[in-house]
Design a protein around this ligand. Structure first.
Ligand code: ATP
Ligand code: MG
Ligand code: MG
Length: 570
């Protein structure tokens, strides 16, 4: 793999290795919460974590950050693994933060024994009231000075399930006057009698994210814990927990670590924050994406209009294009929004090189070549790729009656139109030049067909083959063509920043309800034979992918991945 752009995280790793920090090792993790499908923003974190580890000979774990039982589901656990693999990465080992519940519990008792944590009986509302504000210090909880014995007893009873949800919490004893609100005696554990997707009903108490995350990193031997900027203010708590616990010297976690399949080599990880990746014309929060699915505004998490990895996969975005996109976007501490069209540019670049060319007609108009026999049946050899002979050739059936695109013919052409008009000439791709002799009308006056004559002297290999006409159009042979369902997708949102609520509207108000259009198309047989998920260029139309669920060679279904040019460009 090409080295990651010289971003600041890479520079930190280089500097750490130069002084032998972490023994020169690099170990990262990608820690999704299994409460939804991964989206393009997650791909930035995946590319960064796996990319940095690979570049420095280290490795990356996949860890399900599953400490919040209410919103998590095994469906997401499975989908996340499939999506990371699809993006082209493989983890060193797979873990669940919930695998560490025992270790986390043992560590919490250590904090209690050292007078660094206490059981608090304040309600959630009271905690909020005691917490203070940005400008005012908080007040100590009346339960803060409980004895170690009482705290241990209460915490053990919390674990035993003796108390109701929300009745008590375990809180770190840090500093209620801290300028950083995250250090004002933050909760470490809460009571939550909910079945967990991994641990079932084993635990009535669940660790809070900040506490669970730093300990999980340490027990997995993570060296560089990369996270997004909103955790910058949480870093002092991350460090505080690890300082208090001194995990490498905790004999009591060696056995639980062994049982969790960990070597027992606790590291001292460092948290480094970077800016989230954002794209215009889309939303990238699992909560909002979940709402689109729940409200039926899209056809599921893998709807090709969705910015989920499952969605863009079905849309036909190659994983290499997503990796290239985030690599070029770079990694910084400045929040920014990247134009979706930049990603589409990466998609075109990859597909231009990888997609075989085929012919398809999306809006068919009959063209009859009157100087050919009704029985004429020919197979014309076409290159599969104009720039790469390795793609080989195929034979495209050709006959007297063809389908062409309706908008490649005009009776009264708009200005500058260079394709077929009555009495005019156009080149049929790979065939030769035809002249339109007359137009056949339906009873209602609409066009039923255009009759043409083929100038056989202009066919490939004939003396007139080089004769110039302004336009070239594609076609498929009517009697050989296969009927296909083609789904044409546009952007899901009508505004560049659907998250902007300053005008009183929410993202739901900006949904483009005609972002999906389905047409019946005619495609050449070689296109129908495409494998599912195979990307093709339909000449002059765009890049399309054989739908990963619905496509068969008998009933082809294609999704438009992207048009050939940026139709949104100003
Ligand atoms: P969401 O708000 O969409 O639920 P999240 O951050 O809560 O996102 P997690 O499952 O916790 O989702 O994310 C897993 C990892 O991916 C985290 O380390 C998180 O920081 C990172 N991540 C999430 N969104 C982005 C993004 N837009 N850009 C870069 N990294 C991201
Ligand atoms: Mg999160
Ligand atoms: Mg979230």
């Amino acid at each position: 793999a090409a080295p990651a752009a010289g971003n600041f995280i890479r520079q930190i790793v280089v500097a750490d290795r130069a002084v032998g920090k972490h023994g020169g090792r690099v170990k990262t993790r990608f820690p999704p919460e299994p409460n939804g499908y991964l989206h393009l923003g997650h791909a930035k974190s995946i590319c960064l974590n796996f990319g940095i580890a690979a570049e420095f000979g280290g490795n990356c774990n996949l860890r399900f950050d599953d400490t919040n039982p209410a919103k998590e589901d095994i469906e997401y656990v499975d989908a996340i693994q499939a999506d990371v693999r699809w993006l082209g990465f493989d983890w060193d080992s797979l873990h669940h933060a919930s695998d560490y519940f025992e270790i986390l519990y043992v560590c919490a008792e250590k904090l209690i024994r050292h007078g660094k944590a206490f059981v608090c009986d304040l309600s959630a509302d009271e905690v909020r009231e005691y917490r203070g504000t940005l400008t005012e210090p908080g007040r100590n909880s009346p339960w803060r000075e409980r004895s170690v014995e009482e705290n241990l007893d209460l915490f053990r009873r919390m674990r035993a399930g003796e108390f109701a949800d929300g009745a008590r919490t375990l809180r770190a004893k840090i500093d209620m006057a801290s300028g950083n609100i995250n250090l004002r005696d933050p909760a470490l554990y809460r009571i939550r009698k909910v079945t967990h997707q991994n641990t079932g009903d084993a635990w009535p108490i669940y660790p809070m994210y900040d506490y669970a995350h730093c300990v999980s990193d340490a027990v997995e031997g993570i060296t560089h814990s990369l996270c997004t900027l909103e955790f910058e203010d949480h870093r002092p708590l991350y460090d505080w927990c690890l300082d208090q616990l001194d995990l490498p010297n905790m004999a009591e976690i060696v056995e639980p670590m062994r049982r969790a399949g960990l070597g027992g080599a606790a590291s001292r990880p460092q948290q480094i924050e970077f800016a989230r990746g954002n794209l215009d014309y889309t939303v990238m929060s699992k909560r909002k994406l979940m709402a689109l699915v729940a409200e039926g505004l899209v056809d599921g998490w893998d709807d090709p209009r969705m910015p989920t990895l499952a969605g863009v996969r079905r849309r036909g975005f190659p994983p290499a294009a997503i990796r290239a996109f985030w690599d070029r976007a770079g990694v910084t501490k400045q929040n920014s929004v990247i134009e979706f069209s930049v990603l589409e540019g990466c998609v075109r670049e990859v597909l231009d090189a990888s997609a075989p060319r085929r012919m398809a007609v999306l809006d068919p108009l009959k063209l009859v070549i009157t100087n050919l026999d009704a029985a004429h049946d020919e197979a014309i050899e076409f290159a599969n790729h104009p720039k790469n002979a390795d793609f080989g050739t195929r034979r495209v059936p050709f006959s007297r009656e063809l389908w062409i695109e309706r908008d490649d013919f005009f009776e009264v052409p708009p200005k500058g139109f260079h394709r077929l008009v009555p009495g005019g000439e156009v080149r049929l791709r790979g065939v030769g030049i035809v002249r339109c002799t007359d137009v056949v009308k339906n009873a209602d006056g609409s066009i039923a067909a255009v009759n043409c004559t083929l100038d056989t002297d202009t066919r490939t290999g004939m003396p007139g083959a080089d004769r110039k006409v302004k336009g070239t159009i594609h076609w498929v042979s009517a009697k050989h063509a296969v009927a296909a369902e083609v789904r044409l997708y546009e952007r899901l949102f009508t505004t560049a920043d659907p998250d902007d609520t300053s005008d009183g509207k929410t993202y739901a108000d900006h949904i483009n309800r005609s972002a999906k259009r389905v047409v019946q198309a005619w495609i050449e047989p070689a296109a129908a034979a495409a494998q599912r998920e195979h990307g093709l260029q339909f000449e002059r139309l765009g890049y399309f992918v054989a739908d990963l669920r619905d496509h068969t060679d008998a009933k082809p279904v294609f999704n438009r991945t992207v048009t050939l040019r940026d139709s949104y460009a100003k």
